[in-house]
Design a protein around this ligand. Structure first.
Ligand SMILES: [Zn+2]
Length: 260
């Protein structure tokens, strides 16, 4: 559905990342997991019914997740560690330079219907699972259009789109998303499952990657819960355990898997 314009945007994002790839060959496997706190700075993300901003929730959970992983001797790189604006292409560039094993982007959801609540996890696909998944991706991609970088690099459309379609990490990303969502499903609340959609922030990431929606800021009860430290810690612990489980599953994979 609606493949045309979004395929082009994803291609532009992938091209930007591809251009930056390989710039830092000396960066040895410096990080095992890249944790991306969605939005930041002037990009608030979704605004909750009580005024809570998505960018603050994502940073709080990302920081706690980094602490949980560090405590378990997993090396972590945060794409941002403060209230700052980071372009989507820069986030994937940070991940690729870190040569991490996995990439997880943390977000909070919004919906026109205030009664909707629960967690869901996404992996990248040009086509969305359904109309609702497409709406979430369009909302999360909104900042990319504001960055004004979407119309560059169209001359490499064919090449990059081909790379995108035969992405090496599709299966691993799907498995990662499933493992993360199984972890979230153990928490109080509702699991809305694993979905796929064209998220710019997952495009061009050269490792298994998933985007987690920790709950809906448009649901009054859920946004109140998400603001609680104990709830944020529980989310972080569940995600950390799932990431470690997912890394165990891929540990035996040969390093040459990333090569063309
Ligand atoms: Zn978001």
């Amino acid at each position: 559905m609606r493949r045309g314009p979004w395929a082009l945007l994803l291609v532009a994002a992938a091209a930007a990342v591809a251009a930056a790839a390989g710039a830092d060959e000396s960066a040895e496997a410096a990080a095992a997991v890249v944790v991306d706190a969605g939005h930041g700075g002037a990009d608030f993300g979704a605004r909750g019914v009580d005024g809570t901003l998505e960018k603050d929730l994502t940073l709080a959970v990302a920081r706690k997740l980094a602490a949980e992983l560090s405590a378990r001797n997993v090396r972590v790189v945060l794409t941002r560690d403060g209230d700052e604006f980071v372009p989507l292409a820069t986030r994937t560039e940070i991940a690729n330079k870190a040569r991490a094993r996995m990439y997880v982007s943390i977000h909070a959801n919004s919906a026109p219907e205030p009664e909707v609540f629960g967690t869901e996890t996404y992996f990248l696909s040009v086509d969305a699972s359904d109309a609702e998944a497409m709406r979430v991706a369009l909302t999360e991609n909104d900042v990319y259009q504001q960055e004004g970088t979407a119309s560059d690099s169209r001359d490499v459309v064919g090449t990059i789109l081909g790379d995108l379609i035969r992405t090496e990490h599709l299966r691993e990303s799907s498995d990662l998303a499933a493992t993360l969502q199984r972890g979230l499903a153990k928490l109080p609340g509702e699991s809305r499952g694993v979905k796929q959609a064209p998220f710019v922030v997952l495009t061009g990431v050269n490792m298994p990657a998933a985007l987690v929606e920790i709950g809906f800021v448009t649901n009054a009860a859920e946004v109140k819960r998400l603001g609680r430290r104990d709830v944020q810690t529980a989310l972080a612990k569940a995600l950390a355990a799932a990431l470690i489980e997912a890394m165990g599953q891929t540990r035996e994979m040969p390093a040459s898997r990333d090569e063309p």
